[in-house]
Every structure is written in C-alpha cells, then in structure tokens.
Write a protein that binds this ligand. Sequence first.
Ligand SMILES: [Zn+2]
Length: 70
Amino acid sequence: MSSGREWFSCPSCGKRFTYWVAEGNPHPKVKCSFCGKESFPGGEPEPASEAPKPAPAKPAPPAAPGAQGS
Ligand SMILES: [Zn+2]
C-alpha cells in the first residue's frame, strides 16, 4: 500500500474529485467539498474489536481490625 490520489464520486451529489489516501490509513473519511457529504470511499473502517477496557478499579477492602481474641 502506498499513498496517492484517488478519484471519488460523491454518493450524494455525484461530483467527482480527488482525495488523498495517506499511507497507513486505507479508510480515509472524505468530505465532499461541494455538498459536504462525508463518506468512506475505501469502505468504512471497522470498529476496533476487543477494545481493551480498563478494569474498574475496586476500592480496597477496609483493613481488618488487627487482633482477634487475646
Ligand atoms: Zn457531494
């Protein structure tokens, strides 16, 4: 994959224009400069699967009272 200009037809107004595909970003969001419609000519980027969720922080249990008995 390399970067370069690609032709794109706006699905909303049908205008043709070029957009720039950056290397490393095969699914750029292109905004039509004529009607403002945003679309993904390279296909919508897949949502990140298995997004790491930070584990909910558990409050530390209260310290048990020290001595039992005695
Ligand atoms: Zn358009």
